[in-house]
Design a protein around this ligand. Structure first.
Ligand code: SIN
Length: 320
């Protein structure tokens, strides 16, 4: 029996898209996460048409500046998304989110949700809702259009007319409105006047570990502690030694270049690995990835940026 999908659910989590400032022309001195998601939807003309006949429903899952994103919010968001994706009436889920950690939430949701049949679309804004020219309304309209697109699946982000996949999307600019990129991979496509034009496939939509991860997340009060260490000129092993003493379970190194690490930091990392701490090398270069060599003492992140490698490692440790 064919089930007609009738709902697109918009989950609000805060961010600049829901921000307000005292002065309409102030694009940096605003407070994020002030306007409720229902009110945001109400301020966008044409949203019903963009939804292509599906009913739009709004739920406030959180109301935070995404710099403060944390495990309890991720837990609530993942569980709510998982429930909605199983509802036969739901066509897709849209999440309004701050730009600062959007790529982390996108990757986290990619790892824990089954989005083979329906999309989860994150959207955001670089200008607050009270700005002279807010970008949130158009982004929301485009995100709903993506969620309503037949065949859409996977976890994607939509902003400034671009569609990016969870694996590669990264905030690349702290101010301009088109603040996201996907590095070498490029965007999956664009939203133009409500139509999605893809130049790549929808992203692969099920990590093999997703079912285990979502169950663990539902039942975990504390998540494994994984920290990110930066390699730089003059780096030492002091922070690694301190973190190991403090009980860290995983370390991601934002390495220089092709996964290189200052010899003093490397010695501390190998010592940490020897006592059971999981260590992963990523690169601090904004594009490209670490190319592993035979005999590398420390494993690489398989192309993930440091923040995404951290999430993958955290979920790996959680699954153990
Ligand atoms: C945030 O990430 O919540 C604030 C910044 C933004 O959304 O642009």
């Amino acid at each position: 029996m064919q089930v007609s999908r009738q709902k697109i659910v918009v989950l609000g989590t805060g961010g600049t898209i829901a921000g307000t400032s005292a002065q309409p022309g102030d694009n940096i001195g605003y407070t994020a996460a002030q306007v409720g998601v229902e009110q945001l939807l109400g301020a966008v003309p044409g949203l019903e048409q963009a939804a292509g006949g599906a009913r739009l429903l709004a739920e406030q899952v959180a109301q935070i500046d995404s710099k403060d994103m944390d495990m309890p919010v991720w837990q609530a968001l993942a569980l709510r998304c998982a429930g909605l994706l199983q509802d036969p009436e739901v066509q897709g889920v849209v999440i309004t989110h701050g730009t600062d950690t959007l790529e982390e939430t996108a990757w986290f949701l990619h790892l824990v949700l089954d989005t083979r049949a329906k999309p989860v679309v994150l959207t955001c804004a670089m200008r607050p809702a009270s700005a002279l020219t807010p970008d949130g309304p158009q982004n929301l309209l485009d995100a709903v259009a993506v969620a309503a697109t037949p065949g859409a699946c996977g976890v994607v982000s939509v902003a400034a007319g671009e569609v990016h996949g969870a694996r590669h999307v990264q905030k690349v600019h702290p101010y301009r409105v088109n603040a996201f990129g996907s590095g070498d991979a490029g965007p999956l496509g664009w939203v133009e006047e409500g139509h999605v034009r893809l130049t790549q496939n929808w992203p692969p939509a099920l990590d093999e570990k997703a079912p285990i991860a979502i169950e663990k997340i539902a039942n975990s009060a504390a998540w494994p502690r994984v920290e990110i260490i930066l390699n730089h000129a003059g780096a030492s092993g002091a922070m690694v030694d301190a973190l190991v003493r403090d009980g860290v379970q995983g370390l991601v190194v934002a390495c220089t270049g092709n996964g290189t690490v200052h010899h003093a930091l490397e010695a501390a990392l190998i010592k940490a690995q020897d006592v059971g701490v999981r260590v992963v090398r990523s690169t601090r270069c904004p594009e490209g990835q670490v190319l592993p060599k035979p005999g590398d003492a420390l494993p690489d992140s398989q192309g993930l940026s440091p923040v995404k490698a951290r999430i993958t490692l955290m979920l790996d440790l959680l699954a153990q």
